[in-house]
Design a protein around this ligand. Sequence first.
Ligand SMILES: Cc1cc2nc3c(=O)[nH]c(=O)nc-3n(C[C@H](O)[C@H](O)[C@H](O)COP(=O)(O)O)c2cc1C
Length: 206
Amino acid sequence: MKTMILYRSKHHGNTKKLVDAVTAAFPEVESIDVATLGKNEYPDLSDYPLVGVASGIYYGKIDADLSRVLSNVLHEGQQVFALMTYGGQDKWYGKDIDALCRMQRANFITSYGCLGFDTWGPYKLMGGVQKGHPTDEEIQGAVDHYQRLMDEYEDIFLEQHEQYKRRAAWAAAHPAGGLLADVKRTVKKIVGPRAGSKGSAEDSDE
Ligand SMILES: Cc1cc2nc3c(=O)[nH]c(=O)nc-3n(C[C@H](O)[C@H](O)[C@H](O)COP(=O)(O)O)c2cc1C
């Protein structure tokens, strides 16, 4: 199953280690560093049943460019999972990904997170915190997490994607026709077909 991971790993490449391990273990998984995209360049994800979002945590949030890209590329019904690294202990940082998914009506399925070496601000003076993270075990944890996701949900992801493709094809074949057509359809629903109408093709497009 095709999966695309969009990522940003700007501090020490900690998150990239998770992404690289997953793409190495699963050849069907691709990745894009959003830093390589132009300001208005947004990849087409319509062929990907599953999208990964991977980021370090910066001031309690995922990377701002990654957020912008996500809000432009996620579509309704898209399945999303996250990979994260952070310097703080025992926190759940998926809330902004969750909010982005809700806005696009995408489904945020699951997230894997672990510590990452952190030399931000005052920590730099102490030589940084969380040295040695992510460890080999933590990196392997991301791979295992993806494997579990496939074992438990791959069939569902594929089925949902087929539905999305069918809906998209139908929408392309039946363009809504803009505001006037919407108004016409609504009026037709309220007053019903015109008296004496023989039921033109236009009347039966519901
Ligand atoms: C500017 C900046 C802000 C950060 N803010 C947080 C934070 O709010 N909470 C946290 O747990 N870690 C924070 N960190 C630590 C990073 O999330 C951590 O080092 C992460 O592994 C970086 O991932 P990367 O190397 O993939 O960019 C911050 C790091 C930087 C550089």
